[in-house]
Ligand binder design. Structure first.
Ligand code: SAM
Length: 217
C-alpha cells in the first residue's frame, strides 16, 4: 500500500472504466501499478492525472487511458510473448509484464533503458528483457511475437515488425505525421505478410519513432 492508492483507484474509474475499457485483468493491473514511481519525484503528485507527463531525455510517459486502450487492443490472455518498442519510463512495460508471459522491450536511449530496468527489477518483474537499440528492426531472434506494441509515432507500419508477428498476432502502433497520428490495430491473418486486418482506434499524439524504419533523427 502507498499513499497514492485512492488517486490510482479514482484514475481507473474516471479515466479508464468510464471510457469503455473492460478487460478485468488490465483494470486490476492499473489499479495496483505504482505509476508515481515511473515519473520524476517532483511530478509524483501528477502521476495519476489524465495526461502524459515528461520523463528524461525529452520523452514522455503516455496518458493512462492511451496505455489502457493500446493494451486492451492486444487482447492478452496471459500466455503471450510480447514485443514493445519504446520502453521509456517502463510503465507500459510493467503493465504488459503483469498481463503476458514474457515481454521484450527495446529503447533507443540507454539512460532510459537502464532507469526502467532498475525499477522493473525493484518491482520484481523478471519476465522482461530490455535491449538498447533501434526497435524499428524488431527483435528477430525472439520472434514470432503474439503481440507488438509501438509506443512512439511511425510514418507507416514497418514491414519488419509485421514479419515478426505470429499468425493471429496483433500490432498496435500510432501511424501518421510527426505531430499527430492514428492509432492502428493490425492483425496478421495468414503466413502472407500482406494479409492483414487493419482497424482505426482513433487519433493520438506520440513522440517520434526514430530509426531506419521510422523517422530520421
Ligand atoms: N511506453 C513508455 C512509457 O510508458 O513510459 C512511453 C514511451 S515514449 C512515448 C516513446 C519512447 O520511444 C521514448 O522513450 C523514445 O526514446 C523511444 N523510441 C523512439 N524511437 C525508438 C526506436 N526506434 N527504438 C526504440 N525506442 C524508440
Amino acid at each position: 500500500m502507498d499513499r497514492y492508492v485512492k488517486q490510482r483507484l479514482r484514475m481507473v474509474d474516471s479515466q479508464i472504466r468510464s471510457r469503455g475499457i473492460r478487460d478485468p485483468r488490465l483494470l486490476k493491473a492499473m489499479e495496483t501499478m505504482p505509476r508515481h514511481l515511473f515519473v520524476d519525484e517532483a511530478l509524483r503528485d501528477q502521476a495519476y492525472n489524465d495526461n502524459p507527463l515528461p520523463i528524461d531525455e525529452r520523452q514522455t510517459i503516455s496518458q493512462p487511458y492511451i496505455v489502457a486502450l493500446m493494451t486492451e487492443a492486444l487482447e492478452l490472455g496471459g500466455n503471450e510473448k510480447v514485443l514493445e518498442l519504446g520502453t521509456g519510463s517502463g510503465y507500459q512495460t510493467a503493465i504488459l509484464a503483469e498481463l503476458a508471459e514474457r515481454v521484450f522491450s527495446i529503447e533507443r536511449i540507454a539512460s532510459l533503458a537502464s532507469g526502467a530496468r532498475k525499477l522493473l527489477d525493484f518491482l520484481n518483474y523478471f519476465n522482461v528483457a530490455i535491449r538498447v537499440g533501434d526497435g524499428s528492426y524488431g527483435w528477430k531472434e525472439e520472434s514470432p511475437f503474439d503481440a507488438i506494441i509501438v509506443t512512439a509515432g511511425a510514418p507507416n507500419i514497418p514491414k519488419t515488425l509485421v514479419g515478426q508477428l505470429a499468425v493471429g498476432g496483433k500490432v498496435v502502433i500510432p501511424v501518421g505525421g510527426r505531430h499527430s497520428q492514428v492509432l492502428m490495430k493490425v492483425t496478421r491473418l495468414s503466413e502472407d505478410v500482406n494479409d492483414l486486418k487493419k482497424e482505426d482506434l482513433g487519433g493520438c499524439r506520440f513522440v517520434d519513432l526514430i530509426g531506419d524504419h521510422g523517422w530520421e533523427y
